[in-house]
Design a protein around this ligand. Structure first.
Ligand code: AGP
Length: 605
């Protein structure tokens, strides 16, 4: 899941490419490169291992152009290196290619067609540019050579490609399958990007591409064709987001900015989905179809999956509809026995996660209804689902998801309330979601304002540890799993989110002197059981930190949460956990926003 950009028809192509790559760096940041030409025979290829900042150091003042392509990488084939960085060049020096995705049958294509070609990288992508060049040398036009190559790529593959033929220096050849890609439409110029955010300072009008299309982009034109050669006309959509929303402002890291934005995300959701009179502004047809379901299936990955775990509690309590939560990559190839009338809910911040999209394609084939809850309008999982509900959380740039997690849970609460109310379920009737989310927003504000206390705990308890545990029961166990993921992904501490009652059945063997154990206690019916489980680890030398709701707190508890509705406690309890992860990473000198080995939007399976 890399980030790719392209531009044609602009004097400052180099700056546009570098700015765009800078905004896409959350998608992969182990190596990068650009290719530009000035349409008068001058062309430049610059690649470097590491960040865009490292690439910039390699770009000398003479490097300029009006057309170019760029790439920031998350390695799938071949280690992060200058040789494996994109753009890749054909052996005859004619073609330059950047790619986001994975070519499943690259080894077989290399063996079958390219045994006479000398490769300079270990990547799957180089096979594609060498193939295009081979077919062009056989007399095919660039477009036909590109098309022929695409027909040889197997169905398991995902790709978005940007190709430049230096014999047509003002032209970008574009194609996609499964990986996201947009064309940004300008006046006298056009751009291409994996995510609109990369080009918001150039245009706000974007054309979405559909799998299997090939596009020829010139400064004055964008021509979309299907593989049969039929031209397709498609209107651009307008992106309201302002480029500045994607800026860090005075914050040292996006993660801290996005943690602080969560009270605003709650208020935004209330504003978008709840009318003055308390009625909920969600399409009644969607609510009716959801309520007709015998069973709800929530499908997601990573943090979104954890938001689904809390969603299960909300849907079952407020709608009485049995709800299952599934890890997308498992469901994709090992689906459970389904109810006769299922309804699928996809939770995805980016709207582009390949594992979730794989399931949605299956669900569409089965002909079942689906809803995507996402933070990105016009994203693939939004376009391909029956219904979409947006989070309105603003761009989430830090790889570690924070405000999207709380946004997803809050929107699940609003949706469950609306469904339950339509079914005249008392619990839903009595659940004043606008009032309760307002209390949550105020509680969040108090917690982020008190972040310095969390900083001290992180530096005292987590600064040097190799491992740690978050424990809890029922809804607190759901929170513990997300809290553990946050600490793992930004501070590299081996952390488990564990059902506290399960510890004594084996895992407690890992507890030794000073092992950090963070107990989450917001659920009244299990609070005393979790506390007795903490006694068991204390007896074996653990250092226990208690995160407890005010009404369940006891003397000595380190982190007290303001009181909110029992179904919404995850929205508060996760805040100190996000901050503990942030300060532990900061204290260890890591890049909090771009943790090693990760990427924000995982567009390969
Ligand atoms: C969370 O912090 C991670 N970035 C990751 O687990 C993420 O939640 C997962 O990849 C799912 O992404 P999505 O919500 O965009 O589908």
């Amino acid at each position: 899941m890399c980030g790719i950009v392209g531009v044609t028809g602009k004097e400052n192509a180099v700056d546009i490419l570098l700015n765009g790559l800078g905004r896409l760096e959350y998608r992969g940041y182990d190596s990068a490169g650009i290719y530009v030409n000035d349409q008068n025979g001058k062309e430049y290829l610059v690649k470097e291992k590491g960040r865009i900042a490292d690439l910039k150091k390699e770009i000398t003042p003479d490097v300029h152009g009006t057309t170019g392509i760029g790439h920031t990488r998350w390695a799938t084939h071949g280690v992060p290196s200058k040789e494996n960085a994109h753009p890749h060049v054909s052996a005859d020096g004619r073609y330059y290619l950047v790619h986001n995705g994975v070519i499943g049958n690259f080894a077989q294509l290399k063996k079958e067609y390219l045994e006479d070609v000398t490769f300079v990288s270990d990547t799957d992508t180089e096979v594609i540019v060498q193939l295009i060049a081979k077919f062009a040398r056989k007399g095919l036009s660039t477009k036909e050579a590109f098309k022929k190559t695409l027909t040889l790529i197997d169905d398991s593959s995902s790709y978005s490609f940007l190709l430049v033929d230096h014999e047509e220096p003002d032209t970008l050849y574009v194609a996609k399958n499964k990986s996201p890609l947009l064309i940004g439409v300008g006046d006298g110029f056009n751009v291409v990007c994996s995510d609109a955010i990369a080009m918001l300072d150039q245009t706000h009008d974007f054309v979405e591409l559909v799998d299997g299309e090939i596009v020829v982009v010139k400064p004055e034109s964008v021509t979309i064709e299907n593989m049969e050669g039929n031209q397709i006309n498609r209107k651009p959509f307008h992106v309201d987001t302002d480029a500045s929303e994607a800026e860090k402002g005075a914050y040292p890291y996006y993660m801290l900015k996005e943690i602080d934005e969560q009270p605003g995300v709650m208020r935004n959701l209330i504003e978008h989905y709840i009318a003055e009179d308390g009625s909920i502004k969600i399409d009644e047809e969607l609510l009716k179809r959801l309520n007709q379901a015998q069973r709800l299936y929530i499908v997601a990955a990573g943090t979104s999956y954890h938001a689904g775990l809390v969603g299960k509690e909300l849907f079952e309590r407020l709608t009485n509809i049995p709800t299952e939560v599934h890890v997308a990559s498992e469901f994709a190839y090992n689906p459970p026995l389904l109810a006769e009338h299922p309804f699928f809910i996809f939770l995805t911040q980016s709207g582009e996660t390949a594992d979730s999209r794989q399931v949605l394609s299956q669900v569409n084939e089965w002909g079942y209804p689906s809803l995507t809850i996402t933070n990105v309008a016009n994203s693939t999982l939004s376009r391909e689902a029956t219904y979409t509900l947006l989070l309105y959380a603003g761009p989430e740039i830090a790889v570690a998801s924070t405000k999207a997690y709380t946004g997803q849970i809050a929107l699940e609460a609003i949706l469950a309330k609306a469904m339950g109310k339509l079914k005249n379920i008392d619990k839903a009737e009595n659940f004043n979601v606008a009032k309760e989310l307002t209390f949550v927003a105020n509680g969040m504000q108090a917690l982020v304002d008190g972040k310095s206390e969390i900083k001290e705990i992180a530096e005292d308890v987590l600064a040097t540890t190799r491992n740690a545990f978050y424990i809890g029961r029922s809804i607190d166990y759901d929170i513990a799993q997300e809290a553990a993921l946050k600490l793992k992904e930004v501070s590299y501490v081996q952390t488990e989110g564990f059902a506290s009652g399960e510890l004594k059945h084996g895992t407690i063997a890992l507890i030794e002197k000073d092992t950090p154990v963070i107990a989450i206690i917001t659920d009244e019916k299990t609070a005393k059981h979790t506390r007795s489980n903490t006694q068991e680890v204390l007896a074996r030398g653990a250092r226990v930190i208690y995160i407890a709701s005010r009404q369940l707190a006891v003397a000595g508890d380190q982190i007290i949460l303001p009181e909110v509705h029992p179904l919404l406690t995850p929205l508060l309890a996760i805040i100190p956990c996000q901050l503990l992860a942030y300060y532990t990473s900061l204290q260890r000198g890591y890049d909090v926003d771009k943790p090693r080995n990760l990427a924000k939007s995982v567009t390969v399976e």
